[in-house]
Ligand binder design. Structure first.
Ligand code: GLN
Length: 198
């Protein structure tokens, strides 16, 4: 049985929990680093990345999150979560977890388009995905091992690198759970590999 955690320090936590549960999968809100041992995959919600990072440091999550990723346990970063995953933030010296080989621009769509919705063609999906963007980042550049999954106006807004998945938009705010289902497949795959090793 799978358990998926949602990092519960700040942001749109409940919506992710509900979407995970809607697939019949056990979800927990992760508020302490020790809870990382109870989960098979972790979602970083949208919210405010600078605040989330402060809380990551304050609650001793930094090293445990790096370790979680080193163990190839899947992480799904949405919106602010994309900012946390990036190895580089454009126009900034700041790097948060630096786990994913992507260069990310924050609040990238500008003031006129603080929030908007768009129907995206997504690699591997057979019909468009309706995506909700809220002060969203986008990916400026990807490294070699990163698979681009979706773009809007030529900007990358969804990508995967091995056990890491990210979207610039909020997939938990729509009924369409296909991104979460993709993540669940990644979690199942990673879990079966761990069993083979054990
Ligand atoms: N602009 C926010 C940040 O960089 C992200 C916005 C969101 O998560 N909806 O932290």
């Amino acid at each position: 049985d799978l358990t998926i955690g949602v990092l519960g320090l700040q942001g749109a936590v409940e919506e992710h929990v509900k979407q995970v549960e809607s697939l019949g999968i056990h979800a927990i809100i992760v508020k302490r680093p020790s809870q990382l041992n109870e989960i098979d995959g972790l979602i970083f919600p949208g919210g405010e990345s600078t605040t989330m990072r402060k809380l990551i440091d304050q609650y001793g999550f930094f090293e445990p999150l790096i370790q979680f990723s080193k163990e190839q346990k899947p992480i799904f970063g949405t919106c602010a979560g994309m900012v946390l995953l990036a190895k580089e933030l454009e126009g900034s010296e700041v790097v948060h977890l630096g786990l994913m080989d992507i260069v990310v621009k924050r609040n990238a769509f500008g003031r006129q388009r603080e929030s908007f919705e768009a129907d995206l063609e997504v690699a591997g999906f057979d019909s468009p995905f309706h995506a909700v963007f809220i002060r969203a980042p986008y990916i400026k550049k990807v490294g070699g091992g990163v698979e681009v999954l979706a773009e809007v106006d030529g900007h990358i807004v969804a990508a995967r690198q091995g056990h890491l998945l990210t979207t610039a938009f909020h997939p938990e705010l729509t009924e369409d759970s296909r991104f979460l289902e993709l993540f669940v497949e990644m979690v199942k795959e990673s879990k079966s590999k761990t069993f083979q090793k054990a």
